[in-house]
Structure formats: C-alpha cells, structure tokens
Design a binder for this molecule. Sequence first.
Ligand SMILES: *Cc1c(COP(=O)(O)O)cnc(C)c1O
Length: 375
Amino acid sequence: MYRIMTAGPTQVRENVRIARSQECSNPDLDQEFFDFYRETCSLLSKAMHTENKALILGGEGILGLEAACASLTEPGDRVLIIDNGIFGKGFADFVAIYGGNPVLFTMDYHKPVEIETLQSYLEQDHDFKYATVVHCDTPSGVLNDVEGISKILDSYGIMTVTDSVAGMFGEPLDLSDSKIDILCGGSQKALSAPPGLTMLWVSERAFRAMEDRKTPIASFYANILLFRDYYEQKAFPYTMPISDIKGLRTALDNFLEDEEVYQRHAGIAAATRKALTAGGIELYLESGWSNTVTVLKVPEGITDQQLLHGMEKDYNIMISGCFDVLAGKVVRIGHMGENAYPQKVAETLAALQGTLEKLGVTVLCDMTAVFNREI
Ligand SMILES: *Cc1c(COP(=O)(O)O)cnc(C)c1O
C-alpha cells in the first residue's frame, strides 16, 4: 500500500478503521442509531460553531454539492457561480442539470476572490437566488474568504452554498460569523475518514426556500428536505450506511480532541511553502494558499507522470496530479487531517527531492532540512 499524501482521500487512523468494524444494527429501526446519528450531527454543528442542522448523507462529497443545487434550484432560477477554480466552476453543471441558469463570475485562478471586485459586480447585477463558492479549491489550493463573501451576498438577499470539502477541519470555519446557508463537506479530506459520506450544514432560511418552491425537488437521493425531520419521524429516506457513520464519528472525536489541529496545519503549510521555494520549486498560487494542500508547478523538462511514478516506485509515497485545465501542469501535496504531521510531510519532501534530482532537476537546497527548521 502506498502512503497517501494526496489532496484527499487522506490517511485513516487505526481507531477509525476499528470503529467501522463494530457490529451492525438495523439503522432504519434501531432507536439507538437515531440517537447516535443525531448526536454525531450535533457534534458536527458544534465543530462549525453553529446551531444550523447538520446532516450526514450516504454518498461521496460530490453528493453534497449536487444535493445543495438540486434542493435549491428551480427551473429558470439565476444562480451566481463564483469561479476562481475548477470546483468553483463545476457548480455551474449542477445548477444547469436542475434547470437553473448559472451565471459565471470568473476571476484569476492564481489568487483568492477579491471581495471589492465581487462587490462592484453585485452592484450591477444581484438578481440571484443563491450563489456558490468554494472554500479551498483543491486543484489550485486557493483559499477563499467564504465567511466574508457570504455576508456580502446576504446584503443583496442572495443565499450562499459553500463547498468546504477540502477546507473544513484543516482550516477554521465559523458558521456563526457567516451567512452560509448550505455548507458542504466530505468524509475523506481533512476529517480523515474513508470516502463515502457527505456532510451538510443547512440554515433555516435554506430549508424554507426548499419548502417554498413552486416545483418539486427533481431528485430523491439528492433531496435535502427529506432528511429534515428524520428524528421526529424516526425515518431516513434510505438506509443509512451505519459502519461508515461509526467511522466518521470516531474521526470527528479525534478532531474534537485535537487542540492544536489548526495551528499544526498552518505551521506545516507555511514550512512546506518555504522549503519548496528555497529549493527553487515554483508554487502555482500567487497568494491565498490553503493550509490543507500545497500545489507546485511541474518543473521544466519533466512530466507530472514521471514525478508521480518516481515517488511511488522509489519511495512508496503517493501525491496527487491534477485534472481539467491544470492537468499535467501541477502536482499536489495533501497535508490535511492525518497527513498533517511534520514527519510525514518531511518524508514526502525528501521523496520529492530525491525524485526530482533523479530526473535531472536541480534543487537548490535540502528541502527537508529547511522544512524541519521552519516547523
Ligand atoms: C474532494 C473534493 C470534492 C469531492 O469530490 P471528489 O472529486 O469526488 O473527491 C468536492 N469539492 C472539493 C473542493 C474537493 O476537494
């Protein structure tokens, strides 16, 4: 097995794996499971500093993004797509599938959304039901100020859907200091549970918008409203993946017990950037680096595949390439969740350096030494 230092899925701690092997009850009928699910959701709300209802849906992170768009979009609705990254732009597809009219607000992919530019745009045009924005857009690693952005959107009466699949649990997020109506997360990034679950935090305003629709939600599996009263009705729309949720709960307990989690992510991310730039390796972003992932340009003269395969073959360490407009141009080190420990990142940098040098790329310093000094 490779040691995965990818931009998600991340490594999974042993106690999470063990939690998934507990005996299974019937999650449709067992009162204890309804209580366990509800308690886990309250802890999720607490982790994001909100009273907003949290829900866990059986399906990978993408399900959450689709469910948010399916549940809010009615045919003809104008939806603002804040696009400064690949996932950001991708929201337009979900909106269009459900009959909405996505309007792209596109900015430079090398930096975070500029609040002033967004504000002047909205002064001209703010007739949107909701807007979508990504917290950490993982392909470039850019981090957007989603709390601030949601407040500006709210001042124009626009609801906000936020994808923080690769931000939350590695980057602080305070929902109580935001106007985010639907926050989307996934199990397999900084929370470090295996892939398979999506988490949603839904405001009362968003639930009301779903109730007030003129047309029914055009999906069953992606219908958030069907989950709203699961506890009172003692019924989920479909059978919950109980073992996955047991694992997620243990991963969440690990997170809640870790008092240095955000500091550690910040320290590791900063030291990683220092080490790479000292080594003469260029970062993709100009500013706005997320603490969960570092994205570096593939040096001249080699390909991403040579670099990735070299690290796998000689060091047994797997990092991520990229896709869409960044395919072949960058590679990514995921230092979030269980990956975010100094020794793991130091070993990854050593493997990166060894592979680069074997491929004939000159590295200007001992990057691991710089990392260890900075951390
Ligand atoms: C990982 C991720 C998702 C989930 O998508 P997959 O590609 O299926 O893993 C959604 N949004 C962001 C920003 C992500 O990093």
